[in-house]
Design a protein around this ligand. Structure first.
Ligand code: C5P
Length: 216
């Protein structure tokens, strides 16, 4: 098969990462989880007590930050495996704020485009179809109701042994949707050429097979 890139956008908790992981494995592609990169930036601001309104401090942070993934898609921030830490609720909310900053987006988009330049990637996020990979061979927009998404994220946390409260997760999802869709730079949008999959009532296997059908 000719090497291609697959772009998947959609709101929080819609299952993009889970689906991308499975499809990547089936098609022998690599999965790039761009949300994890924004989460690393957010986690670092919290850990180091950086004021995100301080342009100089954010610029220094972005100049020195090191984010990379291993073969199992564990994410490393400045050499430390933070795969679990970046999934905490406070990091999710902070990521929604730091991802509004032009300086953060510029550096991460650049990095993402470099990683995917030779194709063979399935990339999930908010601005992949519109900004990161507008030339991707396959573009998908995944959607689901906010209640379905909150329930899934709650189940995911519990299965990973992370403390969770459904109502808090639901409220956070609604707030994050609003922030992601109304920000000035690269808001979450469904591009005209993206194929929408509403996953509210679909199992993981059903979504995977829809994606594979689209890829062809
Ligand atoms: O996908 P995930 O929930 O892990 O993303 C965390 C946050 O990072 C999102 O709420 C969003 O604000 C931001 N993000 C983004 N652009 C991307 C991926 C994530 O702005 N491509």
């Amino acid at each position: 098969m000719k090497k291609i890139n697959i772009a998947i956008d959609g709101p929080s908790g819609v299952g993009k990462s889970t689906i991308a992981d499975i499809v990547a494995e089936k098609l022998n592609m690599r999965h790039l989880d761009t949300g994890a990169m924004y989460r690393c930036v957010a986690y670092k601001t919290l850990k180091d007590g950086v004021n995100i309104q301080d342009e100089k401090a954010m610029s220094d942070l972005m100049d020195t930050i090191d984010i990379h993934f291993d073969e199992d898609n564990h994410v490393y921030l400045d050499g430390e495996d933070v795969s679990k830490e970046i999934r905490m609720n406070n990091v999710s909310m902070q990521a929604s704020k730091t991802s509004q900053l032009g300086i953060v987006r510029k550096k991460l988009v650049n990095l993402q485009q470099k990683v995917c330049a030779n194709k063979g990637f399935i990339v999930d996020g908010r601005d992949i179809c519109s900004v990161v990979l507008p030339d991707a061979e396959v573009k998908i927009f995944m959607s689901a109701s906010s209640k379905a998404r909150a329930q899934r994220r709650y189940d995911e946390y519990i299965s990973k042994g992370i403390d969770a409260d459904y109502e808090t997760i639901y409220q956070d999802i609604v707030a994050r949707d609003y922030q992601d869709m109304h920000r000035e730079i690269s808001p979450l949008v469904k591009t005209e050429d993206a194929i929408e999959i509403d996953t509210s009532d679909l199992t993981i296997d059903e979504v995977v097979s829809k994606v594979l059908d689209i890829v062809g």
